[in-house]
Design a protein around this ligand. Sequence first.
Ligand code: PLP
Length: 404
Amino acid sequence: MTTKQVTRSTFDEVMVPTYSPSQIVPVRGEGSRVWDQEGREYVDFAGGIAVTALGHCHPVMVKALTEQANKIWHLSNVMTNEPALRLASKLTDATFAERVFFANSGAEANEAAFKLARKYAYDNFGPEKNEIIAFTNSFHGRTLFTVSVGGQPKYRIGFEPAPGGITHVPFNDIEALKAVISERTCAVVMEPIQGEGGILPATAEFAKAVRELCDQHNALLVFDEVQSGMGRSGSLFAYMEIGVTPDILSSAKSLGGGFPIGAMLTTNKVAASFGFGSHGSTYGGNALACAVAESVLDEINRPSVLEGVKRKHALFREALEAINAKYHIFKEIRGMGLLIGAELVEPYASNAKAFIGAGAEEGVMILTASTNTLRFAPSLVIPEEDIKEGMARLEKAIAKMVSQ
Ligand SMILES: *Cc1c(COP(=O)(O)O)cnc(C)c1O
C-alpha cells in the first residue's frame, strides 16, 4: 500500500467531523516551540490543552519512553509491571492517596471515580445512597456517565437516556449545595479550578464548606484534577494549594506529558470497594505509559519547577495586564499557576475562538475556555524568553483583532 500525502484537507475527507481543527498541521516540537508542515514556527501557550507539561519531546520523557520501548511494552492486568508499581508508589508518597487505579484518559479516570463512589456507598450504606451532586459548567469527560455528571447540557443533549441520580448546583454557592445534599448523596464531584467552564477557581472557603457537608452526610468528595493537577496550580495538585483533601482524585492530561494515561487516587478505606473483578481496563497501567508518567512526575514534583510555575504565572499576568492597559480587551484575568483565563469584554466575548486563528497567524498557539475566555495552559517549564516572545506575538494578534 502506498502512502499518500496528507494535509489539513485530508481531515475533512477521512475523519468523523467531531472536531474542527486549526488549518495548521504541526509536525515537530521542541520545548515550547512547534513547527508546522510549511516550516512556520509557533510559541506554544496551549500545551495540547494542559497536557504537554514539560513541553514537546523533553529529554527525560524521550529517555523514559525509549528505554521502556526496548524492554517491554504491555502485559495486560493478568500481570503487573515495574513502571506501574513505581508510578503508583510515587503518586501515593506524594499525595493523600494510598491506592491507585490506572486508566488511559481523564474521562476513564473519572468513570472509575464515579463508579467507585457508588460502589463504596452501596457496600457501606446500601443501594439507596447513590446520588451524585456536581456543579454547573463543570467538565468531566465525554463518556456517557461523565457527560451526565458534567454540568454542561450541550455535551449530553441527543445522547439520552442518560444515567440517573445526578444533580447539578451552581459552583461556589454553598447554600445551593446545602439545599440538595442528603443521606442519599454518595458523592460530590468538583474541579478545584473549573477548566473548560472558563478557568474558574473554587474559593478555599467554598471547598472547605463542601468538605464539611460531605463529612456530615457520609458522602465522598471527588476532585477532578485532570486539568488542574500535576503541578499546574503551582502545587503538585490544586487540593494542596486550596488546603482541602478529597477522598478520590482523578488525574490525566499533564500526568502523561503527552502520552495517554489517567489515574484515580484514593484511600485504603474507599479502595476496598473496588475488589477483585469490580472494574478494569486493558491498557490501564500500560508499561510505556507508566514509564513516561513516572519521568514526568519526577521532573515536576520538585520545588524548583513548582516555584517556577508561580513565577511564570506572574509573568503571564503582567504581560496580559500590559496588553489590557493598551487595548482594554479583558474583563478579568484569573486562574492559578499556569492555568490562566482572560475573559474578553464585548463584542469580543462572543467570539473568543477567533483569537486562536489570529494568534496562529502571528505565530502563537492559545486556547479558549467557555465561549468568552482566552486560556493559557503552557508547559510548566516554558522558558521566560518564550513567554516574552509569545506575548509579543499575542499582542500583535490582538492589535489586529481590535483594529478590524
Ligand atoms: C480534559 C478533562 C477531562 C477529560 O479528559 P480526557 O482525557 O479528554 O478524557 C475530564 N475532566 C477535566 C477537568 C478535564 O479538563
